[in-house]
Design a protein around this ligand. Structure first.
Ligand SMILES: [Zn+2]
Ligand SMILES: [Zn+2]
Length: 137
């Protein structure tokens, strides 16, 4: 089974993911934009047990999403890199931020969510399915 490694900018936190992502999504929502400081986030979802932190302990920040779900952002307390996200609405899965993977070339985003919030200069990909808000269940 494929194993991929990743970590934060300063190296205090390192992790390993095994297996295939459940899904990968570009998220254009305001929260992802603010939290990452980027124009959108690329969230790669894995089964909870497939993500293993091998060094360090991330700090947590909790906030409410407009869905009403509690979202947890996990980040490095030293360098501020955002590594993981957990949503109370998605049990058993959590995501890693694609930019923290050492080699994210295996990631193939299938969907883009909250496209209604995207910045005017962000172009949607032809290879993804687009949703104006969250992914319908
Ligand atoms: Zn760090
Ligand atoms: Zn988002």
């Amino acid at each position: 089974m494929a194993t991929h490694t990743g970590g934060c900018l300063c190296g205090a936190i390192r992790y390993e993911v095994t297996g295939e992502p459940v899904r990968a999504a570009h998220c254009h929502c305001d929260d992802c934009r603010r939290a990452t400081g980027a124009s959108f986030a690329t969230n790669v979802f894995f089964k909870e047990e497939d993500i293993k932190i091998i060094r360090g302990t991330p700090k947590q920040f909790h906030h409410k999403a407009d869905s009403g779900n509690t979202m947890t952002k996990e980040f490095c307390g030293d360098c501020g890199s955002q590594l993981f996200g957990i949503g109370s609405g998605s049990t058993g899965v959590r995501h890693v931020k694609a930019g923290t993977l050492d080699d994210a070339s295996f990631v193939k985003p299938q969907i883009e969510v909250y496209t209604s919030k995207k910045l005017p200069f962000t172009r949607l990909s032809d290879d993804t399915e687009h949703f104006e808000a969250s992914r319908p269940r």
